[in-house]
Design a protein around this ligand. Structure first.
Ligand code: SAM
Ligand code: SF4
Ligand code: F3S
Length: 450
C-alpha cells in the first residue's frame, strides 16, 4: 500500500488499551494489523508508546468520565517524556466525538468503530498538527479494507467479526447509536479470513457480531458460515456471540443436530424473566418464546448449555418481576452468565426513566448472582474426576502451567509445557471452584469424556 512508502518514521511503537466487548478486542487486534502498514509496531509496555490508543466502551456507568480519567493517567506516565499521539477509539469516541476534543486537548484523534480503515491517514496527517475526528458509519469500507490486510493473530483462538451494528433498539442500549445500523460482511470475505486464521495456527474461531445471528448476506445466514467453516480442516472449534433470541432461526437451531465443531454453549441473553419487563425493554420476544427456543435446542442436542446477560432493576421492575427472573435462571440453569444493574445511557429511550432504589437494586443483583454462581459451581463440580476436551491457549505468566478452555468456555488450568499450547488435550479434572477447573493431562482415554 502507498502509505508505507510515504512514511519515513519507521518502527514507531503503538499501545492499545481495550475496554468493552469482544468486538472491541477484534478491532484492537485489527488496528495493530492496519498501523503496521505505516511502521507502527505493537508494544505491551504503555510507557514506550509513540501512539497510545484507548479503545473505549459506552455500555454502562460513567463511560466518558472513565476515559478522561484514563487520559489523566496517560498524562502522568508521559509527564517527563515526549507526548505520544493520543487516540480515542471505540464507542465513547463515536458517542462523544467533537466534545472530547474540546474538553481534553491532550487527545489528538477521535475515531469511531466504523472508521478504523482511515486511521493510518489520520495518524500521518497529525504531523501537520491537526486534530481530527472520524466518526462516519462506513462499515463497508472498513471491512473491505480489513479484508486486504492479513489478520495476524497467530493465536489458538481467534475472533472474527462477521456482523456489526444493531437495528433492534432495546430501550436501555447505546449500541445502535455507537455501532450504527446492522451490517453483514460478505460471506466470501469471512470464509477467506477464517481460512487465513487456520493457516496461521488458529484452532478455534469465535464469530462476532452485536447481533451475530441476524447475519444475512444475499441468501447466506449464520448457519451457512458455520457449515462452511466446519469444512476447514485445521479448525476444531466454532463459537458465535452475541445472539438475539428473536433471530434464533430454524436453520441455526438445526446446526446443533449434526455439527462436530460448533461448541455446545450458546450465549443467548434474555435480560429478564418477566414479560412485562421484556416489553418495557423493547426486547421483541416473550419468556415463553425464549423457552421454546431453549427446549428445541435441548431436544436436538441435550449437551448444549445456555448462558445469558441479565439487567437487574430495570425501571418498573417489581419484586414479582424479579422473582420471575430468578425462576427462569433456576429453570434453564444458565452457566457463565453476566448480570448488571440497569445503567441509564444518554440518548436511549430509558435514559430518563425513574430508576429503582440503589439498595433494592444491589440486593436483587446479589440474589441473581448467587443463583447464577450456584449453577456454575454445580456444573463445575459435576466435571470433577471426569476427562474433558480442553483447547490449550497459552502458558501462565510463570510458565509452569497452561491455561485453556473447556467446550463450555470454562477456564482450565493444568501442568504442561509450551509444546502443549494450541492443541486440544484430554484433561482429567481434579478440582474446581466457581470460575475455574484444575486438572492434569492424560494420555489415554480410559474415562468418559464429559
Ligand atoms: N446484543 C446483545 C443482546 O441483544 O443481548 C447484547 C449486547 S450488549 C453489548 C451486552 C449486554 O450489556 C447486554 O446484554 C445487557 O445485558 C448489558 N447492557 C446493555 N445496556 C445496558 C444498560 N443500559 N444497563 C445495564 N446493562 C446493559
Ligand atoms: Fe443492544 Fe443487543 Fe438490544 Fe441491539 S439487540 S439494542 S445490541 S441489547
Ligand atoms: Fe461496549 Fe461498544 Fe461493545 S458500547 S460492549 S464496546 S459495542
Amino acid at each position: 500500500m502507498g502509505l508505507k512508502k510515504s512514511h519515513n518514521k519507521m518502527s514507531q511503537k503503538i499501545f492499545i488499551k481495550t475496554f468493552g466487548c469482544q468486538m472491541n478486542e477484534y478491532d484492537s487486534k485489527r488496528i495493530y494489523d492496519i498501523v503496521d502498514e505505516i511502521g507502527y509496531k505493537k508494544t505491551d509496555r504503555c510507557e514506550d508508546a509513540d501512539c497510545y490508543v484507548l479503545n473505549t466502551c459506552h455500555i454502562r456507568d460513567k463511560a466518558s468520565e472513565k476515559v478522561y480519567h484514563e487520559i489523566g493517567r496517560v498524562k502522568k506516565i508521559f509527564r517527563s517524556k515526549k507526548k505520544p499521539i493520543v487516540v480515542v477509539a471505540g464507542c465513547v469516541a463515536q458517542a462523544e466525538n467533537q466534545e472530547m476534543l474540546r474538553r481534553e486537548p491532550y487527545i489528538d484523534l477521535i475515531i469511531g468503530p466504523q472508521a478504523y480503515h482511515k486511521i493510518n491517514n489520520q495518524i500521518l496527517n497529525l504531523s501537520k498538527k491537526q486534530k481530527v475526528e472520524e466518526t462516519d458509519f462506513d462499515a463497508v469500507s472498513k471491512f473491505e479494507y480489513l479484508s486486504r490486510i492479513k489478520n495476524k493473530t497467530g493465536k489458538a483462538t481467534s475472533f472474527l467479526t462477521i456482523q456489526e451494528g444493531c437495528d433492534k433498539f432495546c430501550h436501555f442500549c447505546v449500541v445502535p447509536y455507537t455501532r450504527g445500523p446492522e451490517y453483514s460482511r460478505p460471506f466470501d470475505q469471512i470464509i477467506a479470513e477464517a481460512n487465513s486464521l487456520a493457516d496461521q495456527g488458529s484452532k478455534e474461531i469465535i464469530l462476532l457480531g452485536q447481533n451475530v445471528n441476524a447475519y444475512s448476506d444475499k441468501n447466506q445466514r449464520l448457519s451457512d458460515i458455520i457449515n462452511e467453516i466446519e469444512k476447514i480442516k485445521n479448525i476444531d472449534r466454532i463459537r458465535f456471540t452475541t445472539s438475539h433470541p428473536k433471530d434464533m432461526t430454524d436453520d441455526l437451531i438445526e446446526v446443533y443436530r449434526d455439527t462436530k465443531k460448533l461448541m455446545p454453549l450458546i450465549h443467548l441473553p434474555v435480560q429478564s424473566g418477566s414479560d412485562k419487563i421484556l416489553s418495557l425493554m423493547n426486547r421483541k420476544h416473550t419468556v415463553k418464546e425464549y423457552l421454546k427456543t431453549y427446549e428445541r435446542i435441548k431436544k436436538i442436542n441435550p449437551l448444549v448449555e445456555f448462558s445469558s446477560d441479565f439487567i437487574i432493576a430495570y425501571p418498573g421492575e417489581e419484586e414479582k418481576d424479579f422473582i420471575e427472573t430468578l425462576n427462569l435462571i433456576k429453570e434453564v440453569k444458565f452457566i457463565n452468565s453476566y448480570s448488571f444493574i440497569f445503567s441509564p445511557r444518554p440518548g436511549t429511550v430509558a435514559e430518563d426513566l425513574q430508576t429503582i432504589d440503589k439498595k433494592i437494586s444491589l440486593k436483587r443483583l446479589e440474589k441473581v448472582q448467587k443463583t447464577l454462581f450456584d449453577n456454575q459451581i454445580e456444573k463445575n463440580k459435576s466435571l470433577e474426576n471426569k476427562v474433558i476436551n480442553v483447547l490449550s491457549e497459552n502458558q501462565t505468566k510463570d510458565k509452569t502451567k497452561i491455561f485453556g478452555r473447556s467446550e463450555y468456555m470454562t477456564p482450565v488450568i493444568f501442568e504442561g509445557t509450551e509444546k502443549d499450547v494450541g492443541k486440544i488435550l484430554k484433561i482429567k479434572i481434579n478440582n474446581s471452584n466457581r470460575n475455574t477447573l484444575f486438572g492434569n493431562i492424560i494420555d489415554s482415554l480410559d474415562q468418559k469424556v464429559a
